[in-house]
Ligand binder design. Sequence first.
Ligand code: MN
Ligand code: MN
Length: 478
Amino acid sequence: MLVDKDNSKNKQKNEAEKLRESLFMKRTHGTISLDKEKQNEADTFCEGYKNFINESKTEREAIAFAIDMAQKAGFSEFNLNKNYRPGDKIYCVNRGKALIVAIIGRNGAKNGAQIAVAHIDSPRLDIKPNPLYEVSDLALLKTHYYGGIKKYQWTAMPLALHGKIIKRDGTAVDVMLGEDENDPVFCVTDLLPHLAKEQLTKPLQKAIDAENLSVLVGSRPFRTDTGSELVKLNVMKILNEKYGIIESDFLSAELEIVPAFKARDVGFDRSMIGAYGHDDRVCAYPSLMAVLDYKWVPEKTIITVLADKEEIGSDGNTGMKSAFFRYFIADLAKLDGVDYRHVLTKSMCLSADVNAAFDPLYSTVYDQANSCYLNNGVVITKYTGSGGKYGTSDASAEFMGYIRNLLEKNNVLWQTGELGKVDAGGGGTIAKYMANLDVNVVDLGVPVLSMHSPFEVVAKVDVYMTYKAISAFFCEED
Ligand code: MN
Ligand code: MN
């Protein structure tokens, strides 16, 4: 009797295990399911990526790099007066800060297009229009921060200066200082702990004043016995000799302060990459490579958009709220003899952007069951926004179903994730602006640790899986 009872217990247990197996979601370390070859492919892909971010610390540099890559891959600038045939490879530049790269499909765009969008701007310190000043024998540049930063993270670290200056005679000069190891760098000073008794009692938000994010750029005076502001004068003299500029030329400049270091492998196992500006170049690069590497003639036209200004709300003529993208679709539609709205309605889009990877050091702000994790693959984010789903497009069950199926059948390692706990904060992406154009869209991208910090961390496997996901999306046939 007793033995029989035990047996039936065991049987029940086995049934429960079987049911569990078939009904529950499994969560394992994602890379366990990848063979060594896939992992090597990911590592190799990421060498290209590291090169890209090292050369693309500003939106202009990212676009210049992308155009160069596109040209090398046989893409040429879109010309309205030309007739395009299936398989033709084109690109379209918006003011040097945004880019569209496309391959014309067998059916053109009349049945819709397959679109991937990512942004190439990242949080940083912008130089103010009248920035240079001298105080107590130090020369400094005033800054205005761009995007969501934690100000304390930008002090006491080496910084580089990148950008463009349009001089009084209309000529342009490009600036990049602090990247070569022989270049000087710059920095924002911070208070020593010995005298920070009061500062250390302040909330992080208030500890560093935005007007105190001035960048130290000089300390040696112009050698003379008379006059004031001699350190500033000496800096201006150096700038004039190097770039031919005078002080008023700062008014017509876009100068950006970014971290001076390069991307580095992170961890004993080198499984991760630490760098400035993963958000969102870590999705921009896979989006770009998915179209550049495309070897066939797609059924529908495939399009990658690299947009600017996402970090400040996508406003402005190079951001996703501008008509730039819509005008391009209108031009494509014209080639097919249809109205652009019919193209948009039938189009599908992956809004390729990062999500916050679960960080065990700050576990209380995450819902563990609905977070994404490093090394678990590309993350699909059904909705972003904040509070009661404000400011998001919230992908439909149908479109989630389509994407999920697409990733499964192409063996792409994927996961889902929300941006932290409900009411813990929030954020948005480009997805909603695509949705507002009547396009089916969902966010998909790379999980990031320390997002928006000067040194963000991603896992190599996740970067590669984002590339695989977008590539599979571009290969879709009806
Ligand atoms: Mn982003
Ligand atoms: Mn961001």
